[in-house]
Design a protein around this ligand. Sequence first.
Ligand code: PLP
Length: 412
Amino acid sequence: MEFKGFTTKLVHTDRLLNSPQDGAVHQPTSNSVLFEYKRVEDLVDVFQGRSNGHAYSRQSSGSINALQNMLASMEGGIGALTFASGMAAITTCLLSLLKQGDHLILSQFLFGNTNSFANTLRGFGIEVSLVDVTDVNQVKQAVQPNTRALYLETIANPVTQVADLNAIGRLCEELGLLYMVDNTMTPAYLFDARAARASLLVGSLTKYMAGHGHVLGGAVIDTGLFDWTDFPNINEAYKSQPSNMWGLLQIKKKGLRDMGGCLTPDSAHLISIGMETLALRLDKTCANALTLATYLSSHPKVAKVYYPGLSDHPQHQLARAQFSQYGGILSLDLVPGADCFAFLNSLELVINATHLGDTRTLAIPVAHTIYYEMGAEQRARMAISDNMIRLSIGIEDIDDIIADFEQALASV
Ligand code: PLP
């Protein structure tokens, strides 16, 4: 019997796909770094790609494979790799697929650390163009003969710009470009990445996927849509394998194995437990975010609310067409003159913290923290004001969240 529901599939994938021993419903966590082969010929077969056993746990292990199977199954992909954090997934993936002289098109609305990493890529001789991905024409204009890939986020943070994912997907397909989508803000329950023609999904498992602020992790998932025979940077050694696996194989060997940013088995287990309630948490989070955004947008002490679910958001129609709900991130500007720190210090339920995708509602002043390093000029270009506050909405009862904002806004 085939199960169709998102959560039904998620909570049963581990036992059905991985058949853990003794009727366990989870793959047991194994911390063994090494794997014994009685016949050395079998060990050699693993090294030479003729069999699928584990060589060393930096590259693979049973616990890690269980989570990778869950991720690939959730996104309808052909395979997944996991990493120590979202940043490990992103950097490893880019470094193992790109080389000097390549051109990469990046969204100009990227998570700060990914944006900062673009400078590291430039230092390695990779050309990087930043474009406004809410407009497919800007992407089209940035394409060069040496463009290898395009990289964007579904909903940007903190200003919540929504990329024109479907149109960019069609463009990438037409031009044979690798289309890398960081869908940290909109996991599969909210966004159908295959329908948008994404080639690789990259991003953080630390946020909504794990969900409870208790573990770091990242992943790369191949949707199976990209024709890797069009990609000039694949190492000859990997071309003896079926061509749909070339990309993941290169990321695994040149990236995970050689750079070593692997996830631990314990973390993989914690993430897979968190994922079981992904849809339940996202339903509550998104409903709370929409109600709070609506409340804040008519509050006299709030100058502006950034949330794709509001009808006056510049990409509201795009968000409506591409996502089943509008996500859990919203930002606000307090009215000029209101003391942003006094407001944040008055919050009693909402936590001042740098993180997102948690069960708890979190707040952070953007210009002074996550966007401090980039300087005032770049912040101004990105429309980040000095009293912008980013919120990550949790699963608390909405009346309690609103009451906390009401009393904190009253105090400034
Ligand atoms: N991608 C996005 C969109 C993020 O917001 C973050 C972190 O906030 C990351 C990647 C990095 O993830 P991690 O913190 O797991 O390294």
